[in-house]
Design a protein. Structure first.
Length: 369
């Protein structure tokens, strides 16, 4: 792991730390205040924006998405899939990523894959509609509104289009004005080009050993994820955002309660099940408490941000290497010492003095886009 940096808050006290390098060539160190591509943590911001529109009466959670976006989701599918199903991944719409990055199809059968698509798309400008069409054209992952969901970026691109339709501006502009600025975040925003503005680390992608040595993908056009996973932020800003969200300062308490209604959602990348609400991931740690937040990834970057339900304990951690686990003969990524080190860090950060009694550390996240 080239570099890791974090901020932990505990009842008014704050710890910031960093270790390692931001550039393996020059040896430039990482620092706790660096900006990071935070991947799917963006989904919480987008979900908050949708809930604000729900509060204003412009969106109904259980309205069919076809009422708002009949051209994008026509026919029976548009009538069956609701806004809520997009938010909690029970729409049955699969992820478009394997089709936008065709050389990555077939995971976890790594011998049959290449990472050519990652390089091919470095500066490609995707349109949301073309990515959504890829997801809608793929075989459904289930019936809309089922008891379990399947994690899909297509859902959140559709929510971005919904926000644009009801607000008259892009999702990125609406989220900037009404979520990021409302929360008082100073170093968070959607990128306007392939480069990150401000101090940041290089971001190294290994893709389960297919890229060896790992390559730097810190310069990248993030139109492939948009309002699903394109945000840049700092660990300080993420802790501030989730603290205000859970304190009812960005959406109402009733909206927050809706966001915290969870069900099991499967991540196809590794088959794990997570407890997912409306843009929020629930993590229960025995002997330590219930935490809310999200994790995320971009090529070369992984981030996780979790806040205890009472708001008194927070952790945001960033790493500048992604998908370090090499597969076994069946193609399944295997545990790595980095996983154990992260588990130890998470346990200490989230449980503090109770870490010795906490029997289960939070599961090391997939850092999924």
């Amino acid at each position: 792991m080239p570099g890791v940096f974090a901020e932990v808050r505990d009842t008014g006290r704050t710890w910031r730390g960093a270790s390692g390098v931001a550039d393996v060539t020059t040896g430039r160190p990482v620092t706790p205040d660096m900006r990071q591509r935070v991947g799917s943590i963006t989904k919480t911001f987008t979900a908050v924006a949708v809930m604000q529109q729900v509060e204003q009466g412009r969106i109904r959670l259980d309205a069919p998405i076809g009422d708002h976006l009949p051209r994008l989701v026509p026919g029976e599918r548009g009538r069956k899939i609701t806004v809520r199903m997009l938010l909690n991944h029970t729409s049955g719409i699969p992820d478009y990523l394997p089709y936008a990055f065709p050389s990555l199809q077939g995971f976890p059968s790594l011998p049959d894959m290449s990472t050519d698509s990652i390089d091919d798309n470095r500066f490609r400008q995707f349109r949301p509609a073309e990515l959504i069409e890829m997801g809608l054209a793929a075989p459904p992952t289930g019936e809309p509104g089922g008891p379990t969901g399947v994690y899909s970026n297509t859902n959140y691109l559709l929510l971005g289009q919904l926000l644009e339709q009801v607000t008259g501006t892009t999702a990125e502009k609406y989220i900037t004005r009404n979520v990021i600025e409302r929360a008082g975040l100073r170093h968070t925003g959607f990128p306007t080009g392939p480069r990150i503005e401000g101090p940041h680390s290089r971001m190294y992608e290994a893709f389960y050993g297919l890229i060896d040595p790992p390559r730097d993908y810190s310069v990248y056009n993030m139109s492939w994820v948009g309002p699903s996973a394109a945000l840049v932020s700092t660990m300080e800003d993420l802790n501030r955002f989730y603290a205000k969200l859970l304190d009812g300062k960005i959406v109402s308490r009733s909206s927050l309660a809706e966001m915290q209604r969870t069900l099991p959602v499967r991540r196809d990348l590794d088959g794990t099940m997570i407890e997912y609400g409306l843009g929020l991931h629930k993590v229960d740690i025995q002997g330590c408490g219930t935490f809310w937040g999200h994790d995320g990834s971009a090529w070369g970057a992984g981030t996780i941000s979790l806040t205890r339900a009472d708001g008194k304990r927070q952790m945001s951690v960033a790493v500048n290497l992604a998908r370090w686990n090499k597969p076994d003969s069946s193609g399944k990524p295997q545990p790595h010492p980095i996983d154990g080190a992260l588990e130890t860090l998470y346990r200490q950060a989230m449980c503090g003095g109770a870490s010795a009694q906490a029997e289960h550390a939070p599961q090391v996240p997939v850092f999924a886009p």
